[in-house]
Structures are given as structure tokens and as C-alpha cells.
Design a binder for this molecule. Sequence first.
Ligand SMILES: *Cc1c(COP(=O)(O)O)cnc(C)c1O
Length: 556
Amino acid sequence: MRVTTNREPRIAYFSMEIGLQSGVPTYSGGLGVLAGDTLKSSADLALPMVAVSLLYRKGYFRQEISLDGHQIEHPVDWEPGAHMKLLPQRVKVRIEGRDVLVQAWEYEIRGATGATLPVYFLDTDIEGNDVWDRGITYHLYGGDELYRFKQEVVLGLGGARMLGALGHTVKKYHMNEGHAALLTLDLLHRFKQNIEHVWDEREMWHEEPVRDLCIFTTHTPVEAGHDRFDYGIVERVLGDYFPLSVLRELGGEAMLNMSTLGLNLSEYHNGVAKKHGEVSRNMFPGYDIKSVTNGVHSPTWTHHAWQKLYDEFIPNWRDEPELFVRVDAIPDERLWQAHIEAKQELLNEVRARTDVEMSPDVLTIGFARRATPYKRADLLFSDVRRLAEIAGGRLQIVYAGKAHPKDAGGKDLIASIFKGARFSRASESRLSAKLRDGFGPEIIAGVDVWLNTPMRPREASGTSGMKATHNGVPNFSVLDGWWIEGWIEGVTGWSIGPPATETNLVENDDGADIEDLYHKLEHVLPALYADDNHAGWMQVMKGVIGKNACYSTRTA
Ligand SMILES: *Cc1c(COP(=O)(O)O)cnc(C)c1O
């Protein structure tokens, strides 16, 4: 084991959201949970690392679905002091001409071998700050463009300064998405006496020492997903902190694009799956964007029933997930037992929350992720009559997902799924669908199939499918993101629609995807499930664990 000392130079991982556990509501979805998983795995590997994010005292939100299918958002009450420790150090950032004080809460991740990794959650809710400035770190994705830019100033500039105040020497700054890219401006100031002057002399930016220090990961193949700010807002917030003419060269002429800024000032850039690297290179021509396929933190996403089973038959799987290739050592009846335990647990919870009674003997499809249009959560309900016919007592569905409070399209999706589900139920089939809210392996491990139907090639990676693989749950998905790499038809799961030939964001043909989705639901999945005491199905489960789980991990 490597021993990390306080003085050892560290990698500093910056992320707008970090999801570590359900009691700390500082994340909204995949990006934050992935950041948390990356950090947990880094702690297991005792890597010299620290992380920086924002505190979000008001959390993301608690979801309620009204009787007519509309999302109602409730604030989350949580007590940072119950999970982390407030540090005495304070730094300042200048916002709209005011000095804003920033403090940090330290959350300690303890790795498998005892190494610790500190996560600093920045907080401006400090006496002495203007009442509006105190709220800068209240809401995750809660405000307007101005609010958002102020948050990114606190994250990037405040975060870089806080690490200095805490005595850390940083050898690499890892920007997880563009939100933290303003940290590069703080670094440029440290290295240059006069930035404008340096630029006048046409110093080549590829010789820039700041670049050598920085790494940038992009997660978004959707153009609108890249943060962009009007220079009017930039000037209003930053004042004369950084010459705008130089910022325009680094971050884009018309708008400040945080991804462009991150790309221009980092020596290594990557997307999060092979396909996503390709799509990103098309989106940002001229940048050598590599790809590092995401993974998940195996112990976090493995249901306790499966953990027990792996501990017995594949010891050391936690440290060496590649040992999942030995899945054949697990007897079929024990495999099925673990699966049914996880399934029954989920179905009990569904009953407790929704009064819907589901059967552990019926093929159960799971779909849970952020509700946003490109994910097409309603694709399964494209033809509810046909779906109800297919189902005919052979299919049940568990749905979950929150829509961003400002994502009207996402909220419409929730409402339309609700309507579709009600229709199917009224039609006397036993198709049951309900939405719920949660964190942890419970939903994923408790279903038989994990469904994902994004518009190609908009799913950068799709980590929830990787979580499923740790619980023997095959993916039934559109060929996009990591699934292109994990898919072997009928062996690790099933595809939906044509192969992923798109490398740009062209229009998607829903028709072909819908037809294939229904065709496989009609003729492939239920038949295999019902056959011969699930023998064929268990063969697929073993394919999933042995060929996908060993690949879908951060510790490998
Ligand atoms: C893993 C995870 C996601 C990612 O889901 P995708 O289907 O990969 O987009 C989103 N939200 C939460 C809470 C997660 O744990």
C-alpha cells in the first residue's frame, strides 16, 4: 500500500457535483455519482488525491409525483455537520466588486486499505458575506446564468485558492467537466506577471505551464450541455480580474464556453467511452480528445446479497474485480437465490411506497435515471396498446427518475409515462409502472433487465448500466456509450435498434428503435426468462458478471 503524507503533491479533482451517499444531497445524477465513485476507487487505491466541490446547503430536491403525474420539488433538509467537518481556513473571491468569503467542509473518504481522501465542499454561507452571496452555494443547478457563473467562480477560483490555504501542493488539476475551468485563470495569474503583455508577445499556449498542470474530462456529447456564458455576465462578475480579450482567445469569441477554456488549458483531454471520444473530437475539431471509459465503484453498487455470494465464491473481488471472470464457480441455485433476494426486497419497497403488488416470478424491467428528453424514457410507451398486449401478465416495469426543475421536456416525460402506465393498468393487463426516487443498488439489483433507450450518440457513457452488471442484471439498451463496448448479443444482454454508426448529433429515427424494442420484448426476453427453470437466463446473468462487471469498474 502507498502511504500518503500531507506534503505529498496531490491530484486535485474538481467537480460541480459529487455524490457520495444518500444523506449528502450534493449531486443530481450520473456526473456527480461518477465523481463520487472515482474518488472512492482512488481512496481504495491510496492515490494521493483531494477533491473540491460546492456544499449546496439546500441540496438538490426531494421529488414527489402528483396524482396527475407532475413532479413536485421539495427542498432537502440536511445537516452538513453530521457528515463533515468545518475547517477554519477561509479564502476570498471577488464577485461583482465585492470580496466574498469562502469556507470549506471536509468529508473524509476512507479507502479499503485505510488510506483517506479529503473532499472539500466549498460554502459561502458565512456571516460577513452579503445576504445574496451567502446563497451562492445553496442550490445545485438552481438559479439563472448569473447565479451559475458565480458558483463556478467559487468552485474554480475559490477552490484553487482553498487548496493553497490548506497547504496542499497540487501536481495535477483534474477538471471533471467544464464547470471548474475558471481555476485555470487563477493558475495563469500565478505563473504570469502580466497576462495581457504575455499574450501580446504571442507566447504559444501549448508551452503554457498551466497546461502541463491540467487535465480535462468532457461528459457531454450534447451541444447545449456545455456551459456557456455571455461576456456581459463574465465582465459583471469578474470585473477587471482577467483581460477579456485574452479570455475570448481561450474560451471562445462569442460566448465563454467553459469546455473550450478547459480544452485550451489542459494537456490531456478525454471523453468517457470510446464512442464519446469520437463524437467529442467531431464536436471540438483540432483537439486530441482521447477516451477513458467510465467505471463504477464495485462495492458501492453491488447489492448485499451479491456481496455475500462473491465473498464466498470469488474472494478478493473487491480489490480485483477482474476476478469476476470466475463467475462459473457460483452454483446456479445460489445465483438465483441472491437475485430473488434483491428482487423481493425491491418489490416489497414498491408495495410499501405505491401499494402496487408485483410478483417475483414475473420478468421485471427497470428504468431509472435523470428524466431528460435525449434519454427517451417514454420510448417503451410509444405504443401502449401493443405494450399491454406483449406484457399480458409476463412483464412488469419499475421506473424512477427526477427531472431537472427547469427541464420542462423532462417533466413532460414523467407525466407521459405516468399516463401510459395508467392506461396499461386500466386495460387489465398486469403491467405495472410506478416512479420512485432513490440512491444505491436497490432498484438496479432488484430487476431482471436494465433498460436504456437514449438517442444515439448522445449517451456519453451511461454508468447505471455498469451498476446493473455487478448484480447480474443484463442490459437491454440502445447501442451507445459504454454499452457498445460491453454488448455481445444474447450473451451479455440485448441491443435495441441499429449499430452505432452516428458520430454526429444527427436526427434519430425512433421508429427502428421502437420496432426492435417491441420485437425483442415479444419474442426474445420473456421466452428465455420462462424457459427451463431460468437456465438460459442464468447463463446470460453469468455472461453479464463475467464479461461486463469485470470491465465496468474503476478499480481495475
Ligand atoms: C448512476 C446514476 C445515474 C446515471 O444513470 P445513466 O443511466 O448512466 O445516465 C444517474 N443518477 C443516479 C442517482 C445514479 O446513481
